[in-house]
Design a protein around this ligand. Sequence first.
Ligand code: TSX
Ligand code: MN
Length: 598
Amino acid sequence: MNAQVQDVAKPAVTGSGTSLRSLADWVESVAALTRPAAIHWCDGSDAENAALIAKMEADGTLIRLNEETNPGSWLHRSHPDDVARVEHLTFVCTSEQDDAGPNNHWMSPADGHAQMDALFEGCMEGRTMYVIPYCMGPIESKIARCGVEITDSPYVVANMRIMTRMGAAALSRIEREGGFVRGLHSTGELDPNRRFIMHFPEELTIKSYGSGYGGNALLGKKCHALRIASHQARQEGWLAEHMLILGIENPQGETHYIAAAFPSACGKTNLAMLIPPEGYREKGWKVWTIGDDICWMRPGPDGRLYAINPEAGFFGVAPGTSAKSNPNALATIRKNTIFTNVGLTADNQPWWEGLDEGQPVIDWRGNDYDCSRGPAAHPNARFTVSAKQCPSYSEHAEDPTGVPISAIVFGGRRASLVPLVFEARDWTHGVLVGAAMGSETTAAATGQVGVMRRDPMAMKPFCGYNFADYFAHWLSFDRPGMKLPPIFHVNWFRKGADGRFLWPGFGENLRVLEWILDRAEGRAGAVETPIGHLPRADDLNLDGLDLDGAALQTLLTFDRDGWRAEFDSLGAYLDEFGARMPQALKDEHGRVVSALGR
Ligand code: TSX
Ligand code: MN
């Protein structure tokens, strides 16, 4: 072989490499397929990050923001056709189609690999391939799991460094354990017709091509920590959920933890960073943030569920984030933040719709801002920031054992019918409440507004296997020796006849969370209805809240006729999953229908 051919075939390698044969072989085989000019093994160091940022500033991938107001912060503009997750291009490739279920797009593993490998062939020519070892969860935690993402995007490396425990420590754990989730990503040509996100849960493998956007490209997040992890969790007896985790410290100094699932556009990040109303603050109540998006839970030796946040940062929606909706988020993103697709003010500060101050002069595409051509920030514009910068970040977020969960909360955006809060009768009923979750669409998400979409446990886009099997897995936790948390449903979005929100929401939601924790401790009152236990007005602490009696009445009323129609529609939805739907869940549905009466 002549020397020149050898140069082309052998990319320059920088960084540690690995002693783990299976990892070295995989990296070598990916390099043979994608043919990068260079391979860099990421160690996660400050120096490595600084060099990557400098390279991205030089080539325009990152734009430096105002150093005075936003130190260490950057703007990235994505391709205008690459601004969100792409559910229609997201596949779960299992050997049996039924294992993926009607809730996923399916392709056979052989076809999936063939299609992806054809796209990856030679796609990194002239580029650097980055090898990113990462850990989802505290590095010393038994609940945590590791992966390696290979990508040709330095933007992905910079984001993964914020969102995961990335680099040398993760690589050591991977070398010790031997197993890891394999993620292969290339931004490709950013052609929406050559874009796929494919999951091979049976091989713990992800292949993503043609998008540089967060959920499609930061493979540790939705692809690993939800789709692949949900599959692993089912096999190993734990739960990988699309939930925030928060701690509520009462005036006695005791902290109880809540895990909560909401569909998009319900304010999950806002709830995770809630600031108590003044009356609560004066008495000594505090809210602690553990996570805003993903929760991994497993039974502890005492039978309780213990939760970790597998992420190390927040990849939050910027528009709507304000001093009213989320002051803690604003404090978190004051420095060392990557903004994607936000607008700019005249003095180079990030700007988005809903921000209380400043004015945009440049829009997210980089054009002069003109309000007749749409918003300054893309509605799905994001910030990427380390959780450690959040003022309410809990010191227990890094506990390897996780935090014990005292209540599970499901929620949705429902203008009518669904009360402010109710408690499921037992675990099985709670699983039905989760399966029945739904939300009305907002303008940001789709063209149509106010259409009810089912989104069980907020996992519709993220469950890596058949929903019927997923419900069965949830039901399986109800067994001797377990001390399961009670399950609740909340709705902050109930509207009156005049179309106005009846509940003030935001910090005032702590009043509802207090009732939830009191119920968990057997302290608070409620009335029993066919849909579960509802608080009476006296059961909630409404001190210092200006809420009129009629509004409260509507928020806490059980509407029997409305719920009969709701349960008819729910029955039809459960039937869509056919014979795989667990009989126990169908029976539970039947029990509520009987209680509702005909
Ligand atoms: O995040 C929200 N939460 C949870 C907060 C901890 N939002 C924003 C949703 C969009 C992502 C809410 N919006 C909440 C809520 O509880 N409630 C509402 C509806 C609402 C909006 C405005 C007002 C009251 C309720 N009132 C005024 O603006 C004065
Ligand atoms: Mn999410």
